[in-house]
Design a protein around this ligand. Structure first.
Ligand SMILES: Cc1ncc(COP(=O)(O)O)c(C=O)c1O
Length: 424
């Protein structure tokens, strides 16, 4: 190492040591990236493309590609990518110091910011690698005896129903699946269907806040109904958080797990599990070291992906700078634009719920007569570099288009143009 590099390295090291509590790793040299992610992000004023052009410019997607599959995996903005890079640089340059500094960022910034953004106490949150891990931990953590019943719906993601299937085999519980139509008519309809299934053996209901198809469930009403029956409410929030403002205490559910790499635009491999303070005696840690550590976390202990987790503070800052309501309105503007276009195409049947109360702002599902949804995915990718997804479930042969704030009406126009000509 020459003198100049040594000096730079030492001063960065000094920064890392000194900056423990309040610092982000943002002042480390970035991994060959531009300064783009370092300039303050202004909150957009309107909902149209020009108001959001500077937000779109924060993403590093290959020119010519349109990414409309956010419900599968979100696209992190440049600053989040840089924060991950910077974190890896820190633990690579000086592993133990870097690890300590990243842990401080996770404790002092990530957890409090997540808690504030989602209306929870820090002690109610445990970081996980994704929603799947959280959903598994919340299901496994619930105390159940053989013969006890858990009610789920026909619209669960495998991450939401597989843990119960495992408990059925391993612990002899009963799992009852309630059919929910797609789309359903109203939140009241969902509550009535779930309530009708409750028996004297029911101990919990487990359901999505937003389904893969973008149907929005009435979480608070379901949680209240469950409480009236003395039943726990456990929620899969993977598709909801980041699309709509979510206040966990306001939802009144007992547990809620979500991914942070979808609509929150965090780095891949991030999520959380929330367990309401008052529910911690019923939903317990699956790990034996729970009593050995001071941390209230119910998640796995041991060495974690520190750089990835620490970068969550940048992702939350990004969402905060835009504003949760503004994100929702922008997403709704784009999906409304898409839906109006779809209405003008022969043979298209929109399957998203008919009101904002029961349909997500970002995910839209529809079928087109004579068009196989799985084939459509590669057709759009190959013809116009547009990424979408299929939704061949809930009895549909549907296409899912999930648009986030960074998409544009021009991208949607191009998609609609090709859709109007597309055949099987
Ligand atoms: C409703 C729902 N739940 C859970 C998951 C799993 O999320 P993750 O990959 O973060 O575990 C998904 C993923 O698409 C989902 O759509």
């Amino acid at each position: 190492m020459d003198d100049v590099s040594r000096q730079g390295f030492l001063s960065r090291r000094g920064f890392l040591k000194a900056g423990a509590a309040g610092a982000t790793l943002a002042s480390l040299p970035a991994c060959g990236a531009t300064e783009l992610g370092r300039t303050p992000l202004a909150a957009p004023i309107g909902v149209d493309d020009s108001s959001w052009a500077h937000v779109r410019a924060r993403f590093m997607l290959e020119p010519g590609l349109a990414y409309m599959n956010n419900a599968s995996l979100g696209m992190p903005p440049t600053e989040v990518v840089k924060a991950v890079c910077d974190g890896y640089e820190a633990i690579s340059r000086e592993p133990l110091q870097g690890k300590n500094d990243l842990q401080v960022i996770i404790t002092n910034q990530v957890l409090p910011r997540l808690a504030a953004y989602f209306g929870a106490d820090v002690g109610e949150l445990s970081l996980t690698r994704n929603a799947t891990e959280g959903l598994h931990l919340q299901a496994m953590g619930l105390e159940l005896n053989p013969g006890d019943e858990v009610i789920i719906t026909t619209q669960e993601h495998p991450a939401g129903n597989m843990p119960w299937a495992l408990r059925k085999v391993r612990h002899g519980i009963k799992v009852t699946e309630v059919f929910i139509p797609s789309p359903f008519e109203s939140g009241e309809q969902v509550v009535a269907l779930m309530e009708a299934a409750i028996t004297s053996r029911t101990k919990a209901i487990s359901f999505c806040h937003a389904t893969r198809g973008g149907h929005l469930y009435p979480v608070r009403e379901l949680s209240r109904m469950a409480r009236r029956h003395g039943v726990m409410s456990l929620v899969d929030g993977a598709q909801a958080i980041g699309q709509i403002p979510v206040d966990l205490s306001d939802l009144e559910c007992d547990a809620y797990s979500a991914s942070l790499h979808k609509w929150i635009l965090g780095p891949a491999g991030t999520g959380f599990m929330y367990v309401r303070k008052g529910a911690r005696d019923q939903i317990k840690s699956s790990f034996s070291d729970q009593s050995l550590i001071d941390s209230p976390s119910l998640g796995p202990g041991g060495t974690a992906d520190f750089p990835v987790r620490a970068a969550l503070s940048t992702a939350i800052d990004f969402c905060n700078a835009l504003g949760a309501e503004k994100i929702e309105h922008r997403c709704r503007y784009l999906s409304d634009y898409l839906k109006v276009g779809l209405l003008g195409i022969d043979g298209v049947n929109i399957l998203s719920g008919s009101t904002p109360q029961i349909s997500c702002p970002g995910s839209t599902i529809f079928e087109k007569m004579d068009l196989d949804a799985i084939k459509a995915v590669s057709l759009f990718e190959e013809r116009i570099g547009t990424h979408i997804d299929e939704h061949q479930r809930d009895g549909h042969n549907a296409i899912r288009v999930s648009t986030h704030v960074y998409n544009t009406t021009a991208e949607i126009d191009r998609f609609l143009e090709v859709l109007s000509e597309a055949r099987a």
